[in-house]
Design a protein around this ligand. Sequence first.
Ligand code: PLP
Length: 411
Amino acid sequence: MSPSLQSDRLTWENEELASVEAGTKFQVSAFDFRSDITTSTSGRQFQAILGVSSNDGWTASGSKVFEDKMADLAGRAASLFMISSTMSNQVAIRTHLNRPPNGIICDARSHIMHQEVGAIGQLSGALPLAIYPQNGLYLTLEDIEENIVLSDGTDTCTCPTRLLHLENPLGGVVMPVEEMKRIKQYADKHSLTVHMDGARLWEAVACGAGKLEAFCSQVHSLNLCLTKGLGGSVGSFLVGDSEFIRHAKWVRKSLGGSMRQPGWVAAAGWAAVGEVFGQDPSGQDAWRLRRTHDLARRLAKHWEDLGGRLVVPQQTNMVWLDLDAAGIDEDSWESGGQERGILLHCSRLVTHYQISDEAVVCLEQYMADMMQNLQQRRRLQTRIPRPEAVARLAKTMRRGLELARLQGYRK
Ligand SMILES: *Cc1c(COP(=O)(O)O)cnc(C)c1O
């Protein structure tokens, strides 16, 4: 048994023990690459639930203790506990954009464009200007400057940009702190607001791209998710200054997002933070996340060694395979995986902390078998794209990188 496999086992034995003590059954999602939302609630989360006072949060304003801890971790004044990241982003945007006309600049590949039901239109009446980053990886100040609509209303036909929406990481690719600083300075100069969808910001910190507060200090508000890589059961956090959070509480309430006794959910969430990220904002204790990055790197390299292409480079816990270029259709990719006990979704592989080393070996073998006939296989005929958001997103990701290459931004 490899040392890593051994430490996996020990970890899960502890989890099993913790969940038995908590009176629950714990099952690891060891072979599930569909997303990092597929992790099961860990034993330590169940134990944390048992340890809380049932009255925490009676003001229906959320879990104060937990919110304060999260704000501290992010190095900001205040935070608000949310049901989901969608709610967190939408409450933030609605709070910022309280005086139409409202223009938003965001990445064409961002979650708010593809996976939030068009809610920025419904809730904030905002017009998104979705742009492809010219480097194929992340938005830069130059991308924003080229597309910005700065208007004082003299020309009444324009929809002025009010908000810059940054997603970090996006598709597993990190926007560096330096770029965020440039964007924030520009935004401040032009009285624009910057919101960051940092659902998976933990991953950026874990891979060494910067400390949590370094990212969090470069925006007016940000969303942090508990249920992706951290494996928490419920919730997300909206973080920002006190005035902003005070107003966001109204908006959250208006959307039905206030919770009566969220203390036990919050306790599970805090346990997930401690267990998977650690409580040090430098991310030095996030070895569980770093392991998932190593696994993703290994899978990406294996795929490329087999002659496969990636849709975007692998940096954190995601690998976007170019199945089209390999002549593999998504349906057979998924069903073939399932026959071997591996769960796959579209062309994106996500490694989370419950993925086992055995599953990676199994997936590597599956890749090799699928790619064996690559030379003989005909290119796929153009298909109607699958309706799944991730499949559509993969197409958008690839288009972005291809545009960048055409423009000579990347070799
Ligand atoms: C998953 C995700 C969301 C939405 O999260 P929910 O909790 O499912 O609403 C928002 N932004 C990003 C980047 C995400 O990955």
